[in-house]
Structures are given as C-alpha cells and as structure tokens.
Ligand binder design. Structure first.
Ligand SMILES: Cc1ncc(COP(=O)(O)O)c(C=O)c1O
Length: 437
C-alpha cells in the first residue's frame, strides 16, 4: 500500500510513553550488522575471547546435576550463593557489603529501571554527566524524570559544575532524586573520575542530600592499573551501586545487580517481583558456577589484553588519519573513545554518508537528553579486530574529509548561511575536553 502508517493506538498510550523513542543504537544495530560495514558503533563485548568449550561443559554439567533447581522459579532477590560471590567481586573495588543488601537483576539495565521506578516521580530531576549512557537516559525519560547534565573533562565529572547544578536546582526548588554517574571508563566519554574528585563528588552530594547512582560495568576492565576504589567503597551512605557480568563474562546471560542501602533493598525486591517475579535462576546458576569453578579473574585479564590492543589500535589510527582539529579522549580502560569533530561538523547528519562509506558510529546527540552534542560521536573499539578498526578509522577519515570539503566549497558561495565553526555548542557539551590527541 505504501504511505505513512499511523499508529491507531496513539491516543491510548500512557503519558510516560511520550519520552520513549527508538534509540540511535537500536537503528544502528540493523545497519552495522551488514558484513561490509565496519561497526565502531555497538558496545558489544568480544565473546570470542571466552573459553566456550569450558562454558559449554559447565552448563551441561549444571543442567544434568542441578537442572531441577536451575530451571525452577527462584527468589526475587536472587540466588543467595551468587549474591555472596557478587560481594567477593565488589571487594576488588574496595566495597564491603553484605549479600543481604544485593539484589540480582536482569542486567544492570533492569537495575537502572528498578531504581528509577522506586525513586522518580514525573518531573523529578536526575543529574547526569554530559554525555551519559544512552540506555540510562532512555530509562529516566520513560519515568518522565528530567535529566540535567553536568559537564565532564578528562578527569570525569567536574565537582564545581556539580556544585553549581545542585545550587541551581535548590534555588529553582526542583527535587533532585540522584546523581547518575559512570565513574570508570565512561560510556560514552571514555574518561574516568579521578581519585581526588571521588571524595569531592561525595562531599557535594552529601551536602545537598542527593543520592548517588554509581553505574560500574567497566571498572575491572582497566588497562594500566589496579581497580580504583568505587564511590560505594568510600561510603555506604546514600550510594546505590550497579554492577554487571555483561562485560566481565557475557551479556547474553543478562545478570547484573544493585547494592543498595538496607532500607532501599526491600523496595527494590518488591519492584523486581512486580517486574519479573525473579531474575532467571538458570543464568544466575551459570554465573555462580562459572565464578566457583573457572579462573574468572584470569579471564578478565584476557579481556583486558584484547581491549588494550584495540584501544592502542584505534588511538594510533585516529592520530594517523583524522584531520586536524578533531579531538578524542584516551581511555585507560573500557570500550569507548569520544570524538569531537572539527568545525562543528554534525555527526548525526554525517551518519548516512558514513554508512554509505561502510563505517558506523553512534552520533553524540544520542547521549544527551536535550539532543545536543551534535558535533561528537562515540567510537567503540571493543568488538572489531585491530585490522578492521584501522580500516574503519580510514573510512571515517575519508567521510570527514569529504564533509569538510563540501563545507568549504559551500562556505565560498556568497549568501550561503552555514553555521560557523565551533559556535552554538553549550558549555556542557564541550566536555570531555583537554586530553585530546
Ligand atoms: C554504563 C552502562 N550501564 C549499563 C549498561 C547495561 O548493561 P547490562 O548488560 O548489564 O544490562 C551498559 C551497557 O552497555 C553500560 O554501558
């Protein structure tokens, strides 16, 4: 038939669905899966680095020996044995916790959902780094919370900017429910919150009575040093900590967790039960057996090595191929580097041409609740092998060069009104900044 298909249910949806729209990442997965495209878009862990035979045997043994339990419903809070092991994992980042305060979730994405559900009413404010993880922004928006971005630089969230934002919210009589932060190897910015700033951030949030939602899926994936003590490792007051096995083991299992103050934990379990009854007993048992029987810390080292090589490759290729005036961050762990295009080029507008040029990335605007960040993009180096990363960056460089050429051609035309370079980018979106190549 053709034509525009209207949704006949439009006037029946709840108001909270207005903030729900397909994320740039979802649309990109379809495109990026074409084999000819080098995808620097998705943050997919490199699962090929796992010992799949060993995992297969572990699963087979588990089903044979304890299948009747693993395939049954479980507790809404999660498997007790796994919650104990999760406390051992968190101890690597200086966190002392009781398994009783851990709630196992369907990935940390569900943890984001549950926390927002129990704390945020429509119109409440969530403070979040500029830029912020797109999946968290989607969750906040689906609960009609208002995100107020706080700038970062190469040492993470800027405490003075956080203080100003808190002050401004207090003056405007806005209710701030929490600060959402990814302190380690930030998605998408690739930077980490420095150690001195960790205490400053906690001091500020405590002064203003604002909780902290610390989202830490990448903390054990540092390339150069031991893990830094988490915010939750510095205080157990007012911090909710989210963890995940997606990046240190496998995302297909969908096992994450929240560590919450004891009083909050009970509400989280009730919310989880209303949502999924209980997290999957089957995949929890797999993770628990994996941690008990396999050299999982050794496996994390394997992942670190894979990602370090890819980080080195992408930084090298960016320096070699991208035009002058382009800036990017230098991640010390994790999956991402954050690129700022020269002359205010628009990464969203450029994306179709990039895909035509057989390379994909995520435009920066996906990581801002207000759609700013247009001259930025996130590049992921976690999945493609090094030679594909190099090829991808080469292709990206040609697309940027063409854009610059088109711009300079049209800029020469009299009367052509093109946005001048580096204008109109608000303070918050210029971060993260100075550690550019
Ligand atoms: C910062 C951040 N938080 C949460 C998630 C969700 O992870 P999970 O697979 O545990 O749901 C991701 C996934 O990429 C992420 O980067």
């Amino acid at each position: 038939m053709g034509g525009v298909e209207l949704d006949p249910y439009t006037d029946r949806y709840a108001a909270r669905t207005r903030g729900m729209s397909a994320s740039a990442i979802r649309a990109l997965f379809a495109v990026a899966s074409r084999p000819e495209v080098v995808s620097l878009a998705g943050g997919m862990p490199f699962i090929d680095a796992l010992p799949l035979d060993a995992v297969g045997e572990l699963v087979a043994t588990m089903v044979r020996e304890r299948g009747t339990v693993a395939l049954q419903y479980g507790s809404g809070q999660g498997l007790p044995a796994l919650r104990e092991q999760i406390c051992e994992v968190m101890a690597l980042e200086g966190i002392e916790a009781s398994p009783d305060d851990v709630v196992v979730t369907v990935g940390s994405q569900q943890a984001l959902d549950l926390v927002t559900r129990i704390f945020c009413d429509p119109g409440d404010v969530v403070l979040a780094e500029a830029p912020s993880y797109v999946g968290a922004l989607g969750t906040f928006s689906s609960y009609q919370a208002d995100v107020v971005h706080v700038p970062m630089d190469d040492a993470g969230l800027i405490p003075a900017a956080l203080e100003s934002a808190c002050e401004e919210m207090a003056r405007a009589n806005r209710t701030v429910k929490f600060l959402y932060t990814v302190p380690n190897f930030h998605n998408p910015a690739g930077v980490s919150l420095s150690v001195p700033r960790r205490d400053e951030v906690l001091a500020i949030t405590q002064r203003y009575g604002i909780m902290v939602l610390e989202d830490n899926p990448y903390g054990l994936l540092g390339f150069d040093s031991d893990p830094v003590v988490a915010l939750r490792g510095r205080t157990d007051e007012g911090v909710l900590y989210l963890g995940s096995f997606s990046k240190t083991f496998a995302p297909g299992l969908r096992v994450g967790w929240v560590l919450a103050p004891h009083a909050v934990r009970e509400k989280l379990v009730l919310a989880a039960e209303a949502s999924v009854l209980c997290p999957p007993q089957f995949t929890q048992t797999i993770v628990s057996d994996y941690l008990r029987t396999q050299p999982w810390q050794q496996q994390i080292k394997v992942y670190q090595e894979v990602y370090r090589e890819r980080r080195d490759t992408i930084l090298d290729a960016l320096a070699q191929h991208l035009p002058e005036g382009t800036r990017w961050t230098r991640p010390a762990g994790g999956f991402y580097t954050w690129v700022t295009l020269p002359h205010g080029l628009d990464a969203t507008a450029m994306l179709p041409r990039a895909v035509q040029g057989r390379v994909a990335y995520v435009p920066g605007s996906a990581f801002y609740a207000d759609g700013s960040g247009t001259s930025m993009m996130r590049l992921s180096y976690c999945y493609p092998p090094p030679e594909r990363i190099r090829e991808g960056v080469r292709r990206l460089a040609s697309v940027i060069d063409e854009e610059l050429e088109t711009r300079s051609t049209f800029a020469d035309e009299p009367g052509t009104d093109l946005a001048p370079a580096d204008v109109g980018v608000p303070e918050a979106v210029t971060a993260p900044g100075p550690d550019t190549a």
